[in-house]
Design a protein around this ligand. Sequence first.
Ligand code: SAH
Ligand code: SF4
Ligand code: F3S
Length: 446
Amino acid sequence: MKQVFIKTYGCQMNERDTEAIRGLLKSHGYGITDEVHNADVILLNTCSIREQAEMKAIGKLTSLFQQKKRRDLLLGVFGCMAQHHGIELQKRIPAIDFIIGTEKLHHIADYLDRHFANTAVNPKGTIVDVTAEQDSQNKISTRDLKPGQVSAFVSIMQGCNMHCSYCIVPTTRGQERYRPMKDILDEIQYLIIHGVKEVTLLGQIVNHYGQGTFPMVDGKSPFVQLLEAIQGLDGIERIRFMSPHPVGFRHDLIGCFGRLSKLCPHIHLPLQSASDHILKAMKRPYSCDIFRQIVQRLRERVPDMAFSTDIIVGFPGETEEDFDKTVAFFDEIAFDMAFIFKYSPRSHTLAAFMEEQIAESKKEERQQVLLKTLERHSYEHNRKLIGTTQQVLVEGKAHRGESKFFGRNAHFRKVIFDGHPELIGQTVGIIIERASTTALLGKVLP
Ligand code: SAH
Ligand code: SF4
Ligand code: F3S
């Protein structure tokens, strides 16, 4: 049996795609290995969002190239970087056998089959397949759950129609395409049968799901209809989604919180900057005040709602005053968590050509300041929970210590406690005894 090793970079969508590829390859008779040295095929699922993400994959490819010189090994690249650079990648690293774009993932197994069937006849030549494919969003639904897996990602759409001036995703993932609701619900039924209790719906702008393609019903968007349908599925206990966009976070979606009992009281809502002037330059079509109003309306419905966000520091033209607004907004909203990125110029994006690019050292400095602000709030949120009992969906063994297990509360806070394997998949009460910025520690309620 030929063995395949897959390394994944990038976002949750890539994680989900890798799972689908694993399932697909297994159904074609391939083994999946965690040991690079055992692999006959090495595949990298890549990301282009920041230069650093690309550099990591290029570094890996370069070292794999050295291995390939020593032994018979197939090397494939798929995902956003494959889509972005296509044949150029092969010019840089000639040893690549496959370059497969984001709309062609589901052909990987066929390409491998053909290669192994034909090696004697057609041994070499890079295969590059990065063209668009009609309905590709519907073709990557294979699953490969881990034993005891409790929580699963479900990609409900692909692509993005926005034009944020810094972002490469519309180039790498194409136009917005939605999966039919029935396919998504069937997939979730499959997950339920296999023990999954929590689903996280994925899309670049997940609340755009079905917009302009599927009808509104009783004033409810297709995304809200989907949430309601999942609420009705026995076996699913928790529903999450990411990432929504402030544009399109309307009253019908806000009204789901506090009404749909399975919808968790945590939202990851990317802000990017709290300065309107920068939001405009980023071509993000909302103001800081619109964002504030969404948070307020959600907190009116669910007072202890948790929020996390994405921020880019050092966007071209970001002044100290702009940055100070973001810091002040962190104090106002008190985010639980945030991904704080240093702006990275990407080819084919408007912002890369803007004047007033910010020095790396300044980006670094702003990232550190904002991280410190964030840590203060994260710790404060966690500290307040000491002494309370949190309902935790137990996901598995924690890395630290034999008897340590972990799970999350409904607000997405990580909880670590002494437990035993039978607890995996159950929601248990944990009394919180200690807190750090990133986790809560406690013990099972006797
Ligand atoms: N579709 C999501 C974001 C997907 S990309 C949304 O619009 O909310 C994830 C995050 O990467 C973005 O929210 C942004 O904060 C960050 N990002 C995207 N392009 C970037 C760039 N060129 N430099 C730095 N960070 C970037
Ligand atoms: Fe990128 Fe903007 Fe689309 Fe998000 S909404 S994926 S940041 S272009
Ligand atoms: Fe990266 Fe592509 Fe995701 S660029 S962040 S892997 S959509």
